[in-house]
Design a protein around this ligand. Structure first.
Ligand code: NAD
Length: 460
């Protein structure tokens, strides 16, 4: 149990270490990132076992989305860190010439990273890599719903780093509340909109900037000209990865009426082929994190609309990969983020139907997936639908590219991280204009008489 006093002490010590400039140098940052990468490799088996215990995660998925994913982000960051840290030169307008202008990336201080349960490593270590690259100290707080993974993360961080640089606090609401009472310099929160609002209120007390990585209902649009064989494979793998407990999973499908039946049949056959008649026997399928979420997801299934799946087992928190057809906006499944292996399918006839559905839902989607061979349809939908990020003709692959900023819009959150955008998000962009002293133009000094016309020319 971590008490309020413990938490206050960690923050105090981290601030003192930060103020000693211990985290600033390129060498320190690089060595620390390397240490984390080595640690992740060493702890790989233990972390995979923990993820298996918490979520029934297959080893392949654990490596793809958690350990290997973070190792790749570390390598990507280490290779580019020197370049990212260099001050960036920008142009200087005539009025303030002669001078040189640069943006210096300076660290923020003590950062607090609060993670969600679905990717215990991804939602804590991925932002941590940005925080470390930017030269901050950090406290990570993984979810209490995945106790084995959180405990293993804590063990790894405590073994690798001094706590006045990086610390891991485990626990639930009480510990997070204690952390939020402290003054930190940036809070990066991943989780639900409800808790995101609690985090923002707490941050406001200290005027601490926040990044909120939230969820929402992410649409997947299947146009009449989409290549259906490819689409069903990609949609199913995106939806059923981690048993649907992925923030950027396709939440629901909007399929064009002309191809709806063919799409549903192909999707059904693909699900049966991939996971078998009884997906509980499949070694490639996860379980739901706890009983509360299990009951919540099961209650969203309308048996009269099930195309495939629908089975569940409370004892093992198993819910079969499930497709529901002819869903409407009034169905309970369309009133909240599904966050489970149930895929509602709705039909549309024209683009206006798509806008009607997307805009009827209370949240801007975190992701959007567009399956179409038509360049104009792709362009039009990307331009007109507001979403955090997404793919054309694939699902969730945008997360595989650290060059793409990752973050939401509106109710799905704000502020991006990953790669350079994470480094930038957790740095302060300090603007510095270095003026020449060998000459001293007197245009802007009093007396002003006779200078206005020259000023007008420069400021037009
Ligand atoms: P959650 O909001 O319940 O919990 C997130 C964190 O907040 C946990 O560490 C938890 O301990 C803490 N917390 C919970 N209640 C709190 C309270 N009252 N006060 C202070 N702290 C509290 O979220 P979750 O159930 O773990 O995750 C699911 C949600 O996260 C989904 O909506 C999903 O879409 C979203 N998510 C978003 C991303 C992203 O990158 N955008 C990634 C993963 C998950």
């Amino acid at each position: 149990m971590t008490t309020e006093q413990d938490v206050a002490q960690i923050v105090r010590k981290q601030r003192s270490f930060f103020d000693s400039h211990g985290t600033q140098s390129y060498e320190f940052r690089l060595q620390s990132l390397k240490k984390l990468r080595d640690g992740l490799k060493r702890y790989e088996d233990a972390l995979h076992s923990a993820l298996k215990r918490d979520l029934g995660k297959p080893e392949f998925e654990a490596y793809l989305t958690e350990t290997g994913f973070n190792v790749h982000e570390l390598t990507f960051t280490m290779k580019r860190l020197k370049r990212w840290m260099k001050p960036r030169r920008v142009r200087t307008p005539l009025l303030v010439q002669p001078a040189a202008s640069r943006i210096h990336y300076s660290p923020l201080g003590v950062t607090l990273i609060i993670g969600a349960y679905n990717y215990p490593l991804g939602t804590t270590l991925l932002p941590l890599i940005s925080a470390m690259a930017a030269g901050n100290t950090a406290i990570i707080k993984p979810s209490e719903l995945t106790p084995a993974s959180s405990q293993m993360l804590r063990q790894m961080i405590e073994e690798l780093f001094r706590s006045d640089y990086l610390a891991c606090v485990t626990g639930g609401v009480e510990e997070t509340t204690a952390l939020l009472r402290q003054k930190t310099d940036h809070i990066l929160f991943t989780g639900s909109a409800r808790v995101g609002s609690i985090v923002m209120k707490a941050a406001a007390e200290h005027l601490t900037p926040v990044t909120l990585e939230l969820g929402g209902k992410s649409p997947c649009i299947v146009h009449e000209d989409a290549k259906l064989d490819v689409a069903v494979k990609r949609i199913a793998s995106g939806k059923f990865l981690n048993a649907g407990q992925t923030c950027v999973a396709p939440d629901y499908v909007l399929v064009h009426r002309a191809v709806k039946e063919e799409f549903l049949e192909k999707l059904k056959q693909h699900v049966l082929k991939t996971y078998g008649q009884d997906a509980s026997e499949s070694p490639d399928f996860c379980r739901i994190v706890n009983d509360r979420h299990f009951r919540r997801i099961v209650s969203l299934i309308d048996r009269s609309r099930v195309v495939v799946g629908g089975q569940s087992d409370a004892a093992t928190r198993y819910i079969a990969p499930t497709i529901m057809r002819d869903v409407t906006l009034d169905d309970p499944i369309m009133t909240e983020e599904v966050f489970g292996p149930v895929l509602p399918v709705m039909e549309y006839s024209n683009v206006r139907d798509i806008y009607r559905v997307v805009s009827a839902l209370p949240h801007h989607p975190l992701a959007c997936y567009i399956f179409s061979e038509s360049k104009s349809a792709q362009k039009e939908l990307v331009r007109t639908i507001q979403f955090g990020g997404g793919c054309i003709n694939h699902c969730m692959q945008h997360l595989g590219n650290p060059n793409l900023p990752f973050g939401g819009v509106g109710q799905s959150g704000f502020g991006c991280y990953r790669g350079f955008s994470g480094f930038e998000r957790l740095s302060h962009r300090k603007s510095v204009l270095k003026a020449a002293s060998w000459i001293d133009p007197s245009l802007v000094y009093p007396p002003y008489r006779g200078k206005l016309n020259a000023l007008r020319k420069m400021l037009k």
